[in-house]
Ligand binder design. Structure first.
Ligand code: G4P
Length: 530
């Protein structure tokens, strides 16, 4: 294999999806420790040591107390070059979190063993389904009291609609957590929690399930129970099918404990082995092969520079094919322009550095003088093509905004439009009116604060915000439908987006159902690809 091919083949680009507190940061940190990218646990996130203290623009956000950045961590492990895409959770959950998933080739889903499938996991999972990417499940916190493992698998299957195939199986949980049984090797890895230097860790030994001392080690009850459960699993669970895994139809499941570092390296090894190197991406001229094609990339995120004096931005792009070299000339397809990508940079675990070269699978950030939009394609080939667009995701919070000083109309409109263009907010208008009143939709409520802050600090416009009682939005898919013909219901609003597409806002999911019952043939969609 040539060096070039090897560089691409060894790349693994994935996102970790989970509900806040399931252990995503802890697991990421353990991955980084294995990769030698960090030396001590606690450097990714600690109470005094914010995980966003990794670059200066994030530093600015930190000072403002607002974090809006998703970052990428790159490190090497076991011959692989790994790119982990961070999907911010908690209050900084935003549309960017969804978009980041568009740049991943696979996902790791972390589930808290005592909580099962939670709301944010469901939302992120839906986005993964759009592209049928492989999803690997890590059921975390087995060192704490956990739900029954069969119930957990059942919940994943019914709540998320993906089949599961446990690779290992837990023996007890919490204080009684004895370890896991590996269904391939038929060995048991035992678990014993110890504390070293303030860090919790697991002491492990590996023994065959047929070892005569097993009764003594895990206890006769657990031993008997394990045999019954294995029999049940072998009979009832879906067989391992790599084809189904690679199309996101079957999720390999691993049980472990990130905090005590139990089962993490085993998971990482299996995951890297089973997951995919950069996948071909769809474009308007067919699939773009990551190795055969020259450099191409698409923009999935635009980050405004928080420095007032420089209103420039950073565009993050996922390289889909070929090799990027600093200083090379590329075509910005949507702008129909040849250009050089300026100040290309990459986040290597703890620092931001200028990129000299990067390959398909990598993410780079480049200086954006205000020309890129989300979804734009860059390529070097003479045959220009466009990658499939990034969907617009449904906002869940809505507010009507107005400028306080009516003389500042121009700045207000300009600011709102620019911030919407970056993809930080979505804007809508009442169906039958102009731009006097703007309805803003966001995925995470923090975006409202960001909007208010940025309009004041960057555009000198103070705004009033009135929150609206809507939580659901649907695009109308019937082409050319007259909105006036829709038989409405009371808690619904007809709006249009900036491209003039008609949409409906609803206060609750029942209204959506009622509306569909009343209007036969009406087609509504949760994502828009226009
Ligand atoms: P997140 O990024 O998904 O939000 O979760 P994070 O890793 O920050 O973990 C959330 C909490 O769960 C943390 O505790 C963390 O130590 C704990 N945790 C993660 N994995 C495990 C595990 O395998 N077992 C147990 N028992 N706990 C786990 P915290 O007290 O909220 O924060 P901290 O003070 O430890 O940082």
């Amino acid at each position: 294999m040539s060096d070039y091919t090897n560089e691409i083949k060894k790349r693994r680009t994935f996102a970790i999806i989970s509900h806040p507190d399931a252990g995503k940061t802890t697991l990421t940190e353990k991955f980084l420790l294995y990769g030698g990218a960090i030396n001590t646990a606690g450097s990714v996130k600690g109470k005094q040591n914010s995980k966003h203290a990794v670059s200066d623009w994030m530093e600015i956000e930190k000072q403002r107390g607002i974090s809006v950045t998703s970052s990428v961590l790159q490190f090497n492990y076991d011959g692989y070059c790994i790119n982990i895409l961070d999907t911010p959770g908690h209050q900084d959950f935003s549309e960017d979190t969804y978009r980041t998933l568009m740049a991943a080739d696979s996902a790791v889903m972390v589930i808290d063993a005592s909580k099962g499938v939670e709301a944010q996991t469901k939302k992120l999972f839906k986005v993964c389904l759009l592209r049928d990417i492989p999803i690997f499940t890590f059921i975390n916190k087995m060192d704490r009291e956990a739900n029954d493992p069969f119930d957990l698998l059942d919940e994943i299957e019914t709540e998320l609609g993906i089949k599961t195939c446990p690779v290992n199986w837990p023996i007890g949980s919490g204080k009684e957590f004895k370890g896991v049984y590996d269904r391939n090797t038929k060995n048991i890895t035992t678990f014993k929690a110890v504390s070293t230097g303030g860090q919790k860790e697991a002491q492990t030994t590996e023994i065959s399930i047929n070892d005569p001392t097993i009764d003594m080690i895990i206890g006769p009850d657990y031993h008997r129970n394990l045999h019954d459960e294995i029999e049940l699993l072998d009979g009832a669970s879906d067989p391992f099918d790599m084809e189904a895994v690679s199309h996101g139809k079957l999720s390999p499941v691993f049980f472990g404990s990130a905090l005590t570092n139990f089962g993490v390296e085993n998971f990482l090894k299996h995951f890297l082995d089973m997951t995919t190197s950069p996948l071909p991406r769809k474009s308007n001229i067919g699939e773009i092969d990551p190795i055969k094609e020259d450099f191409s990339a698409f923009v999935f995120k635009i980050q405004a520079n928080m420095n007032k004096a420089h209103r420039d931005r950073i565009a993050f792009m996922r390289i889909c094919s070929g090799k990027f070299e600093a200083g090379m000339e590329v075509i910005h397809v949507q702008g129909n322009k040849k250009m050089k990508l300026l100040q290309p940079q990459q986040l290597m675990a703890q620092e931001r550095k200028i990129v000299e070269e990067a390959y398909a699978g990598d993410i780079i950030g480049v200086f954006d003088p205000g020309i890129f939009s989300i979804g734009d394609t860059l390529c070097t080939s003479n045959q220009k093509f466009e990658f499939e667009g990034i969907p617009t995701f449904a906002p869940e919070h809505f507010a009507r905004i107005r400028q306080v000083d009516t003389m500042k109309r121009k700045q207000f409109t300009k600011g709102v439009l620019q911030i919407a263009q970056e993809g930080a907010i979505q804007i809508f208008q009442e169906f039958n009116t102009g731009m006097e009143e703007i309805i803003v939709g966001v995925v995470g409520v923090l975006q409202f604060d960001v909007l208010k802050f940025r309009l004041e600090s960057e555009y000198g416009v103070e705004i009033r915000m009135e929150s609206l009682p809507f939580e659901h939005i649907r695009w109308i898919m019937n082409k050319g439908l007259d909105l006036n013909s829709i038989k409405g219901i009371t808690d619904m609003k007809k709006v249009k987006d900036m491209k003039g597409n008609p949409l409906l806002l609803f206060a609750n999911p029942w209204s959506i159902r009622t509306l569909l019952e009343r209007n036969e043939g009406l087609e509504l969609a949760e994502f828009s690809r226009d």
